[in-house]
Design a protein around this ligand. Structure first.
Ligand code: SF4
Length: 688
């Protein structure tokens, strides 16, 4: 019947599960998700999706969705009306600001939320409260990659498009489990490798699917990537294979950089990394022979004490070999969450305005002060790592956090939980009652992507629109509306009628988005930043120049920082990462039956050698204990891992949560936690 037809609706949306940014139509009948239908026009994926994008949407109708604000009463929570929740937040925020100053407050935005929502969160912090204490979870994953690229080439994003990776002659993958973490992108690499003779080199601790397919696969010792990268670069220079024309015309700092490579001989690298000299030479030769090289990297590189430096070394290698500014070449830090790129792009960072303009730049600050009618502090604020210690030290008293489960995903979470308990006032805004929400004073129910409009930016800097498929569930509201209501009650006069208005404001202030508008992003249209005023975007960066005053890139010398050392009793190195079926810490996918029926729980991968030595079988329950905490988990024996290397997927929201084990040690340049540098000891609890 006509009635029935009306209830069936097709809406274009963007996947929320990873940085590839697949877009597709979602068919709904009332609140029921009928199917996901990819379209050939979709720029990142065409007609492909992976299991998460295809089946991972029923969480929006989960019984566990928050549908009303909650207010703490003693050890429990009671439901409240929005009015009461807003009034409480307003009076507490104003009181704390008055007594302790604006810098006693901290704001956490989310890479699950839209660009517009991240823009508003930093505007609330800077423009209404008057602090630069605002950050987002890219601090936990990709900020080191951004820093490595800022240092060398000036823009912190993928230098080309996903389709460029496809046409590359050689793809080098470092510390990325691409086929499970970025499935649709990995499919393109697999296809080029199989059909077009693309060469594939993979470096990882774990022998995952990409490793199985690689022409060369190396398993360097944990935390030593910078050493073999630098040794290969040095060998290339020693052979006279560097791209002399490119270096002469487009790059600064060559001699100083070459001098800095002196220690990185093949012998030294073989000794430190465990990779034989012949294999290092073979890799250097392959890179030299390829006309175009792309490097893909992820958390295996960034989540170390030297994460920024290793990212820098990758970019140095690309510069030395002239692999920037041409199709099929360049740097591809693979962004994890759907909007990791956008959350930072739109200014939810303590030291940057939207479009990465610096807080410390007087002219930039003056521009925002004029537009927002406020005074903005000239000093960068606290990042999320420093916020936690700031709370412990009594400097930070209140926090407003949206869409992040910091109490699960930050490292050393016992320490983070103690901090949350010390806060005078804590507002958590999410679609579910997260681990973090347990520590809140007020919990606000937000609406997920299918229930609102906005834009996401994928790993290739591509901005795409999502349209509203469903009404907000219960009394939940889109994050941008909640932030606007709070801002206005604190004295602002924001009047955004639609997220498109927020984008217009960002475009008017930030040169990176000068030509971005919702009109230009209609339907499956998209734009890759920087976008000039006339709407011309940038699928491939650095064609003519690098964004530095003289237009030249910079080679940036870096040194190896030894990974953390633990007492001998902690004899197992605990690697960690994603599983194909689950999304990060699992707080959305665990609410999706389409997903949990396939991969119900987490397990610890142990090597056959370790299993034999300790008498472990598939299903043996063990406790792992690090100096910071412990987890309980069942074993799964596999030759994907070797010797005393174990692998714990990061998806367990409960007793198996990896961050009970991890430390507060971090990348020295960005404070990104060194998640990948942790050791533990094992006890057997129960044999199956
Ligand atoms: Fe979603 Fe990533 Fe899968 Fe694409 S590859 S459908 S963006 S999870």
């Amino acid at each position: 019947s006509a009635m029935r037809e009306d209830r069936i609706k097709k809406t274009k949306t963007v996947c929320t599960y990873c940085g590839v940014g697949c877009s597709f139509d979602v068919w709904t009948k009332d609140r029921e998700i009928l199917k996901v239908e990819p379209q050939i026009d979709a720029p990142a994926n065409g007609i492909s999706t992976c299991v998460k994008g295809k089946f991972g949407w029923d969480y929006v109708n989960s019984e566990e969705r928050l549908t009303k604000p909650l207010i703490r009463e003693g050890d429990s929570f009671r439901e409240a009306e929005w009015e009461e929740a807003f009034n409480l937040i307003t009076s507490k925020f104003l009181g704390i600001k008055k007594t302790h100053g604006p810098d006693s407050m901290a704001f956490i935005s989310s890479s699950k939320c839209t660009n517009e929502e991240s823009y508003l969160m930093q505007k609330l912090a800077r423009g209404v409260i008057g602090t630069n204490n605002v950050d987002n979870c890219s601090r936990y994953c990709q900020t080191p990659a951004t820093v490595g690229l800022f240092r060398t080439v000036g823009y912190g994003g993928d230098s080309g498009s996903i389709t460029d990776i496809e046409q590359s002659e050689l793809v080098l993958v470092v510390g990325s489990n691409t086929s499970e973490s970025h499935p649709v992108l990995a499919t393109r690499v697999k296809r080029s490798h199989k059909l077009k003779g693309q060469k594939l080199i993979v470096a990882d601790l774990r022998k995952h699917e990409m490793a199985d397919r690689a022409d060369i696969f190396i398993q360097p010792k944990s935390g030593t990537d910078i050493v073999w990268l630098s040794a290969i670069t040095k060998y290339i220079v020693d052979q006279g294979w560097e791209d002399k024309t490119f270096l002469k015309n487009r790059v600064n700092g060559l001699q100083e950089y070459i001098n800095s490579l002196a220690t990185y001989t093949l012998e030294y690298a073989a000794d430190v990394t465990g990779i034989p000299k012949e294999v290092l030479i073979q890799m250097a030769e392959s890179i030299h022979k390829a006309e175009t090289v792309c490097v893909l990297w992820a958390m295996g590189v960034t989540q170390h004490v030297g994460g920024s430096d290793t990212s820098t070394a990758i970019s140095n290698l690309l510069l030395i070999t002239g692999n920037y500014g041409k199709p099929g070449a360049g740097s591809y830090p693979l962004r994890g969450h759907n909007n990791v790129q956008g959350a930072s792009d739109f200014g939810s960072m303590p030291d940057r305005f939207p479009g990465y303009e610096k807080i410390t730049d007087d002219q930039v600050r003056a521009k925002y002060e004029k537009s927002w009618g406020v005074k903005i502090p000239a000093e960068p604020g606290l990042n999320n790592h420093d916020m936690v210690s700031g709370i412990h030290e009594g400097k930070v008293k209140a926090m407003y956090l949206k869409g992040e489960d910091m109490g699960l995903v930050d490292s050393n979470i016992n320490y983070v939980h103690e901090a949350f308990e010390k806060l005078d006032f804590f507002v958590v805004q999410d679609i579910f009652f997260s681990k973090t929400a347990q520590f809140a004073d007020v919990v606000l129910p937000a609406s997920p992507s299918l229930e609102k409009e906005g834009t996401f930016t994928n790993t290739e800097r591509r901005i795409q629109r999502l349209y509203q498929a469903l009404e907000p569930l219960g009394e939940s509201k889109p994050d941008w509306q909640i932030i606007m209501e709070i801002a206005n009650r604190l004295g602002a006069d924001w009047d955004y009628a639609h997220p498109g208005d927020i984008m217009d404001e960002a475009a008017s202030l930030s040169p990176l988005y000068a030509g971005v508008s919702y009109e230009r992003l209609e339907g499956y249209k998209s734009l890759q930043w920087p976008v000039a005023k006339d709407g011309v975007d940038s699928p491939l960066l650095f064609l003519d120049e690098f964004p530095f005053p003289d237009g030249k890139a910079r080679l940036y010398p870096v040194e190896w920082t030894e990974p953390l050392q633990f007492d001998k009793e902690y004899d197992l190195h605990v690697n960690n990462g994603r599983l194909l079926e689950h999304f990060h810490e699992g707080n959305m996918t665990y609410k999706s039956e389409g997903i949990t029926s396939k991969t119900p729980s987490v397990f610890l991968e142990v090597s056959p050698e370790l299993a034999a030595e300790r008498g472990l079988e598939n299903g043996t329950l063990v406790r792992l204990t690090s100096p910071y905490g412990s987890v309980k988990v069942e074993c799964h024996i596999t030759d994907r891992v070797r010797g005393k290397e174990v692998y714990l997927p990061m998806n367990d929201p409960d007793e198996g949560a990896i961050n009970y084990l991890t430390s507060s040690h971090a990348d020295k340049d960005t404070d990104t936690p060194a998640y990948k540098e942790i050791s533990a000891k094992m006890e057997i609890l129960k044999v199956k």
